[in-house]
Structure formats: structure tokens, C-alpha cells
Design a binder for this molecule. Structure first.
Ligand code: ARG
Ligand code: GLU
Length: 716
């Protein structure tokens, strides 16, 4: 009896680490509030989430496609990251008015600029709809029948939630489909840029510092939500007025000290904390290494050309950042998972779980079979996953192929629809495919990418499983990838913007030329091969794995009684809480929990391009005019770290103190800590927050937009 209890406690201790978890706000009262209070939180669960009166949830939004933002004034002013506002800021920038390069701050409301297509989404309420979603599922239903019943139920419930109001609604599965929740949302479509620092400060440290602590960038931008005269969402309209929010965060200038309670409220995108050892093994030994190797090669090639001149640099800078972001994250994730012996920990975890069920014959057999199923499934899945990665990361890593691919599918669709119709195909095509002729594309750079990726592909992928056509090309060119590359890149019109232009001017006449283009033929063969073979099999296994995970998850929840299980992140509203905390990095390195402007200037002095800042910032630093934003010792703090469990999508999330006051904006994680998407480790997984005092100093002293502070509620 005693040993069983010890075992349960050990298991629980392993799973419930303080600070781990991304919790659903509507369940805080039932699950977390005690813990939060113990850690210093001073408010109630209802202050975080309440559907009857204003609460913090009314000030947190999905920003654009995949970030978080928060309301910081009663006039709809919102705060998010610079990298979240990046595409909007870039979209508004021209050579004459380069807001990315120079920054921008409206000096009054009239100067705020509308951002076409940018939306923010508030959550009105969250409802457990598990019973309704799983209604009418017969006991004898096949998996397919179950799936389609669920889909029908989801559609109906979403429609009901939207009926007779201006809200939107979506339902998401939780715990691998063991539960379903409905989110009723309000989407605002008139969002205007208020201000952003120059990119050199917003993205200070560039790719060098990305995913790295210590950090010094002011990764923020500000926008304002506009609504119609009834405070309801409306498309952009000059008559619209600033939105009056139900709640906005007060801002504290008191800063954050080691050990202080912090909480992050936002929309984390995706985590996989309940993977088995088999999945983690696949990730660490195959998936991450393959993806990292392929991206590394692409980055080398892009970098080499970007160094040649500014035209090429600008052409590739955005794509480079995108490729580099995941590359660096995955390498850090691998490192962290190895460092913390994740595979063995998972194995032990699984063994402990079986041990816990030892006395229950039925259960113990059920779950040991389940683990065997996992093992078998992943063994079959591994080679498939590798094929898929060589498709997406290697073949589609060639811009010519990826761009032709996206154009090809639309082209084929349109041809079908347009057959016999009046509308000129070319007009529709031009509107739908602005990428032709390909923009931000340099044929010579892509030629190198093509050759490099083909070399790797030929070496690593078995001839019997590659697209037949590619195999025959390799044979025809006697495995000489230089000749193959020349064949494609010297004759394709698609990747030659001067040749492509006249062809697309009179597309109807020239469509057949395009279809005979060697790159087009190759791309079509590649897509058709993967769409027929690998992708359907992948989705078969993905479903299979999801079902196994669903059972495992249910098993954990039902049997490990004293443990609270948080659902994996799925782009829905969550609360993470933890503490401001330092950590030990590599052997001999201890990292402090905060940085100051001194460090920014030190980095700048290295003269490296990523650490360039405008002279104005250095002048202001020299004057040490930090005013009310300075810390007790007169220094200006820039960023701080904490043990809050966050992931992609949490960018821009409000970081709050024990009283629910805003002390910063979440924007990144430390490198080795990125493993927290798979396995959180409280001793070194840290989220990186921009200190709100640095933000306000930038707004006030650097940009001279101090008037904005008048509408904020500032606590000194
Ligand atoms: N790593 C952060 C994220 O995942 C920031 C990315 C943007 N910043 C950059 N230096 N590339 O989105
Ligand atoms: N920068 C990430 C984002 O855009 C957040 C960093 C993370 O993954 O924790 O959401």
C-alpha cells in the first residue's frame, strides 16, 4: 500500500511541476486558483475570466493570424510585438515612407493608419460542448462514421452560436478529442497602426539574438481598434470611432524582481506534451535532425547571396527570417530534449503508468497493448514522415518549385471552372496569383538552391520511392545534378521574369507554353506523386496516432487522480503562471533574470550589423534620461525572463503581475527552453518578456509620443 502511494506521488511529482501548464481560463477557479494564490496571485479567478462582467479576458485578443495582443487604454489602444505587427508595418512602408526602417508614431488619432486585412478577435464566452459534439454517435460506428457525425454536430453548433448576433464561433477538440469547447468570438476589422519603433530596435539582435537570452530588443508595436458608433465591429470607415473596451490592463512601472508571480494570458498555438517515448525518439533522432540539416543548407545559400548586395538582401530577408526561425527553434529543441534525457524520462513515465495499474488486470493489459500499438505505429510511420519532410523541406525548399506549385493548383482549378465561360482566365489568374511573375525571387539564387536540394535528395531518398519522373530525370542526366539544374533553369520561362512577363500578358494564348515548361512538368510530377502516395498515408497515420493519443490521454486523466492535466495548446485562450526567474545555462554560465540598456549598447559596440541602432537611441542613452521608467538604481531595464509555460502564438501576450497589472509583453523563449513544446522543464525553460518600462520609454522619450500615456492607466 505504502509503496503504491509513493509510486503515485512520484509519478505525480514528475508530471506536475510548478509553473508547467497552459490552463483554460474558465477552469481556473476549479483547478488552479489555490496554486496561483500560493504563488502570490492577489486576485480571483473571476477577475481573469467572467462572462457576466468585465474581466481580463475582455482585454486579450488574437492579433491577426497567429499572435496575441492586449488592450491598454479605454480608447481601444492595443499592444503587441513588433514581429507580430511586422507584415502590417511592412505593408504600409514605401521607399519614401519606410516605417520599418525609421519607425512610425502617429502624433494624434488622425495620423493613425488603417491596416487592410488586419483583424483582432475577442473571446466572448467559452462553453464545454463535449456532450453535444458527440451526440448521435452509435456504439457500432466506424471511425469514419464517428468523424463525420462529429463534423456535422460541430457545424450545427457553430451555426446556432452565430445565429441572430454579430458574433463568430468555432469549436476545437481538446485532449485529442476527449473534450470539445465552443468559442464565441467578436472580430474587429478596422485596426489602425499607432506606432512602432524602427526595426533596428524592434528586431535588435536580428537572427543572432532570436531564441536567445540575454535579449535587448523592444519587440513592440501599437495599434488601435475602431468600431462603429454602437461600438460594434465594422469594416474600415472614416466615421468609425475608437473602440470602447470592456476592460483594459492597468500598467505598472514597478517592474519585476526575481521570485515575483507572473502570469501570461494569450493564445498559444501548438504543444505536444503527452507524446510517448516513441514519438519523442522519432522527433529527436529523425525529424528534427532532417529538418535542421535541410534548412541549414538553404540558409547558407541565401545568406551567401544576401551578402552580395542590398537588392538581394531585401529580396530574401523575410524568407530567410522565416526559415531561420524554425531552424533555430528545432535545433534548440533537440538540444534541450537531449540535455534533459527526454526519451528515457518518457519511457520511465510510461513504465510508471503501467506500474500504477498493475493490480487491475484489465487496465494493465489494455494500456500495455496501447503502448505496443504506439511502438508499432511509429515504426511504420517513421519512413513516411521522412518522405514527407523531404517533400516539404527539401523539394518545396526550392522556391521555383514551391511557387510553381501554388500557382499550378490555382491554375488547374481555374481552367476547370473557366471552361466555356466568358471571363478572361488571365484576369482572374492575375488577381488570384499575384506571384506571377515571381516576386522576391532571384533566379541565380534559386538555381543554387535547386542544385543543393537535388544533391541531398538524390543521396538520401531511395530511387524506388521518389516521383518516377524525377527518377527518370536523374537517369537521363546520368545523376549529374548540375546538368539537370541547367536544363531546368536555363529553359523554364516561369522562373525568368523577363520571359514570364509577355507570356502572362496574354495568358490564354500561352497557357500551353506554360504547361510544357520543364519546371511546370517537374513540379506537377512531384505534387502528383506526393498527393497520391505519401500524403494520404500520412493522414491515415496521423488519424491513427490521434486515436491512440486520445486513449492514452483518457487513461492518464482517469487513473492519475491527483494530477491536473492541462490540454495541449491549440490556438485557444490560455493562462500560464510562474515566476520571474534566472537559470543555469551551459556549464559555468548563470543567467540573470533581467537585462538593461547597458547590454544593448555593449552589443552595439561590437559593430555587428544585427546590433546596429540609430544614433538617436545612443544619444538618449548617453543622457541617461530614463525618468520614471528607470529602475531603482537608475538603469533602464529592457527584458526579463520567467518560468511561464508559453509557445508560438503567445507572442504579444500580456505579462501580468500578482495584481493583474501589465509589466511586459511576451515575445520569445530561450534556446534550450524551446523543448517545452514537447516537455516542459522548470529548471531552464524560460519565456522572454519585454519590460513595459522599456516600451513606454521608447514611446515617450524616443518617439516623442508621450501623449499616448495619458490614455493609459499607469501605476507608479
Ligand atoms: N522567435 C520568435 C518567434 O518565434 C521571434 C521571431 C521574430 N524575430 C526574429 N528576430 N526573427 O516568433
Ligand atoms: N516568437 C513566438 C511567437 O511569435 C513566441 C516564442 C515562442 O515560441 O515561445 O509567438
Amino acid at each position: 500500500m505504502k509503496s503504491k502511494l509513493v509510486l503515485v506521488l512520484m509519478f505525480v511529482a514528475y508530471l506536475v511541476k510548478a509553473d508547467e501548464g497552459m490552463w483554460m481560463p474558465q477552469l481556473i477557479d476549479a483547478l488552479n486558483i489555490k496554486d496561483m494564490k500560493k504563488n502570490g496571485f492577489k486576485l480571483t479567478a473571476k477577475d481573469i475570466y467572467d462572462i457576466n462582467k468585465a474581466s481580463m479576458k475582455d482585454a486579450v485578443m488574437i492579433f491577426g493570424g497567429g499572435c496575441t495582443a492586449e488592450v491598454i487604454s479605454n480608447k481601444g489602444l492595443i499592444l503587441t510585438n513588433h514581429h507580430c505587427g511586422f507584415s502590417s508595418i511592412a505593408g504600409l512602408s514605401t521607399v519614401e515612407k519606410d516605417y520599418l526602417k525609421n519607425g512610425f508614431f502617429a502624433m494624434n488619432q488622425n495620423e493613425e493608419i488603417s491596416c487592410k486585412g488586419l483583424t483582432v478577435t475577442f473571446i466572448k464566452r467559452i462553453e464545454d460542448v463535449t456532450t453535444k459534439v458527440t451526440e448521435n454517435i452509435g456504439a457500432n460506428f466506424s471511425e469514419q462514421q464517428k468523424d463525420s457525425t462529429i463534423q456535422v454536430n460541430v457545424k450545427n453548433l457553430e451555426a446556432i452560436a452565430k445565429k441572430g448576433n454579430h458574433y463568430d464561433a468555432f469549436i476545437r477538440p481538446f485532449y485529442y478529442g476527449n473534450e470539445y469547447y465552443l468559442f464565441v468570438t467578436e472580430v474587429f476589422k478596422d485596426v489602425r497602426l499607432v506606432g512602432a519603433p524602427p526595426e533596428s530596435i524592434g528586431k535588435f539582435g536580428g537572427e543572432t539574438d532570436n531564441w536567445v537570452w540575454p535579449r535587448h530588443n523592444a519587440d513592440f508595436s501599437m495599434f488601435r481598434i475602431y468600431a462603429d458608433k454602437d461600438n460594434k465591429p465594422s469594416e474600415y470607415n472614416t466615421e468609425n470611432v475608437p473602440y470602447k473596451p470592456q476592460y483594459s490592463f492597468p500598467i505598472s512601472l514597478q517592474g519585476a524582481e526575481k521570485g515575483d508571480f507572473t502570469m501570461v494570458y494569450g493564445f498559444p498555438g501548438r504543444t505536444q506534451e503527452y507524446l510517448t517515448s516513441y514519438a519523442v525518439e522519432l522527433l529527436v533522432d529523425q525529424q528534427d535532425p532532417v529538418r535542421v540539416m535541410l534548412r541549414k543548407k538553404r540558409l547558407e545559400i541565401m545568406e551567401e547571396d544576401m551578402k552580395k548586395n542590398d537588392t538581394l538582401r531585401l529580396m530574401y530577408v523575410n524568407r530567410y527570417a522565416g526559415v531561420a526561425n524554425a531552424y533555430k527553434k528545432w535545433s534548440g529543441e533537440m538540444l534541450g530534449l537531449k540535455k534533459s534525457d527526454a526519451i528515457n524520462k518518457k519511457k520511465k513515465n510510461e513504465a510508471d503508468f503501467l506500474k500504477l495499474l498493475e493490480t487491475d488486470k484489465v487496465k494493465s493489459e489494455k494500456y500495455s497493448n496501447l503502448f505496443k500499438e504506439f511502438e508499432k505505429t511509429y515504426a511504420d510511420y517513421a519512413s513516411l514522415s521522412k518522405q514527407y519532410d523531404y517533400f516539404t523541406e527539401c523539394l518545396l525548399g526550392i522556391d521555383g518549385i514551391r511557387m510553381t506549385g501554388s500557382f499550378m493548383s490555382i491554375f488547374a482549378e481555374l481552367k476547370k471552372k473557366q471552361a466555356g465561360k466568358e471571363n478572361k482566365l488571365v484576369d482572374v489568374l492575375k488577381k488570384t496569383v499575384p506571384a506571377i511573375p515571381f516576386k522576391n525571387f532571384n533566379k541565380e539564387t534559386d538555381r543554387k538552391l535547386f542544385k543543393a536540394m537535388m544533391d541531398i535528395y538524390m543521396k538520401d531518398v531511395d530511387r524506388t520511392i521518389m516521383p518516377n519522373y524525377l527518377d527518370s530525370l536523374f537517369t537521363a542526366f546520368k545523376n549529374n545534378t548540375s546538368d539537370l539544374t541547367n536544363y531546368i533553369y536555363s529553359s523554364s520561362v516561369l522562373i525568368d521574369n523577363t520571359k514570364a512577363k509577355p507570356i502572362f500578358e496574354d495568358f490564354e494564348k500561352n497557357a500551353s507554353i506554360v504547361e510544357k515548361d520543364p519546371l511546370y512538368i517537374l513540379t506537377a510530377a512531384i505534387y502528383s506523386h506526393y498527393q497520391k502516395t505519401v500524403i494520404p498515408q500520412m493522414s491515415y497515420y496521423d488519424k491513427q496516432i490521434n486515436q491512440l493519443q486520445q486513449e492514452y490521454m483518457l487513461g492518464l486523466k482517469e487513473n492519475v487522480k491527483d494530477k491536473k492535466f492541462y490540454p495541449d495548446a491549440n490556438g485557444t485562450l490560455r493562462v500560464a503562471f510562474g515566476k520571474v526567474s534566472d537559470y543555469d545555462g551551459k556549464d559555468g554560465i548563470h543567467y540573470l533574470h533581467y537585462t538593461t540598456m547597458d547590454g544593448l549598447v555593449e552589443k552595439n559596440k561590437t559593430g555587428e550589423e544585427d546590433f546596429y541602432v540609430k544614433p538617436r537611441l545612443l544619444d538618449l542613452y548617453a543622457k541617461k534620461d530614463f525618468g520614471q521608467y528607470a529602475d531603482k538604481n537608475g538603469k533602464l531595464r529592457t527584458c526579463f525572463i520567467g518560468s511561464n509555460h508559453t509557445t508560438g502564438g503567445n507572442s504579444g501576450s500580456p505579462v501580468l503581475n500578482a495584481k493583474g497589472q501589465l509589466i511586459g509583453t511576451n515575445f520569445d523563449r530561450n534556446w534550450e527552453g524551446t523543448m517545452s513544446d514537447i516537455m516542459y522543464n522548470g529548471s531552464f525553460c524560460r519565456n522572454i518578456t519585454l519590460d513595459v518600462r522599456f516600451t513606454l520609454w521608447m514611446v515617450d522619450k524616443y518617439a516623442g509620443a508621450g501623449y499616448l500615456l495619458n490614455e493609459m492607466k499607469i501605476i507608479k
